[in-house]
Design a protein around this ligand. Structure first.
Ligand SMILES: Nc1ncnc2c1ncn2[C@@H]1O[C@H](COP(=O)(O)OP(=O)(O)O)[C@@H](O)[C@H]1O
Ligand SMILES: [Mg+2]
Length: 276
């Protein structure tokens, strides 16, 4: 199945060269298998997916279905066994500068301050004054200006995750790939982080691929939700469904549209909605 690029990405790049670029991503017939003692074990098969520049796509699936594996292909951290991934029309490279990744664990350097951890994301060769300006702007954006001098052990889990997000944005990525970024946070912090991600995307409308196993999070944040999973009798996962989510964000969590989509998505995940 080939997915077409939607014509109305939520954020398009204006003429301002200082803005974050937003790049198209295409997964073309991506297969990935891992070697085992019993021969190759297929994890992903025939994944075709196109992300429009500036769009937010949630990648939803049950644990172990291959979400992180697919995200790693998009970031150039792992290579497909077959097929390819294109960013802005050219193959993604290992540790591609055009892509930034965020993980469930913030992965900060404990001996560096919040400010210096964010600065680690700046591209090599960024002039000092420009780098300082960019880091200041990002610290403001994620609400950490007052904590710039703190070390990771002195801040909360939510703040650490905000630091990690700012570090990812410091390189002005064309594509931001987030692997369950709020998965380790408490419920309230998680909701706050979802709002923050919307603010961040408004300020830096880059292309976002957000891996989550949380239907609510997907419906709140994404233009489109891609459900990844295995069809009955198949060993490898593929795209089971793609759902466009209507409505401007932040969305009314109680709306009838979202309730309908929630039911569809929970069914696709093999979860009866009333038991969720
Ligand atoms: N480097 C690897 N070597 C072998 N198997 C792997 C490797 N990475 C992932 N897998 C397997 O691929 C499957 C999908 O993993 P993953 O992409 O992490 O799932 P998810 O992120 O959806 O929970 C799992 O069964 C996992 O054990
Ligand atoms: Mg994972």
């Amino acid at each position: 199945m080939t997915l077409t690029v939607p014509t109305t990405p939520s954020g398009t790049l204006g003429g301002d060269a200082s803005r974050t670029p937003a790049l198209a991503v295409r997964f073309e017939s991506v297969h990935r298998s891992f070697p085992t003692a019993d021969g190759p074990r297929p994890v992903l098969a025939s994944v075709d997916l196109a992300l429009a520049p500036g769009s937010v796509t949630a990648l939803l699936g049950t644990s172990g279905c291959g979400k992180s594996t697919l995200l790693r292909q998009g970031a150039g951290l792992d290579r497909p066994t077959r097929g390819r991934v294109l960013v802005d029309g050219t193959p993604v490279r290992a540790h591609d500068d055009r892509c930034a990744v965020g993980f469930q664990e913030p992965r900060l350097l404990p001996w560096r301050t919040v400010r210096d951890n964010v600065a680690l994301g700046l591209p090599r060769g960024t002039p000092r004054a420009e780098g300082r300006r960019r880091v200041d702007e990002l610290l403001d954006l994620v609400g950490l200006a007052a904590h710039a001098g703190h070390r990771p052990r002195e801040i909360s889990g939510g703040m650490a995750q905000r630091t990690s997000l700012a570090r990812a944005l410091a390189r002005r990525p064309g594509v931001l790939l987030l692997d369950e970024p709020f998965g380790a946070l408490d419920a309230l912090t998680r909701l706050r982080m979802q709002d923050l991600l919307l603010d961040v995307h408004r300020a830096h409308p880059t292309t976002v691929l957000l891996v989550t196993h949380d239907v609510e999070e997907a419906l709140q944040l994404a233009d489109r939700v891609v459900v990844l999973g295995r069809r009955p009798g198949e060993e490898a996962a593929g795209v089971l469904d793609v759902v466009d989510v209507p409505g401007e964000r932040p969305r009314d969590r109680e709306s009838a549209d979202l309730a309908r989509l929630r039911t569809v998505l929970l069914e696709r995940l093999g979860v009866a909605p009333h038991h969720a």
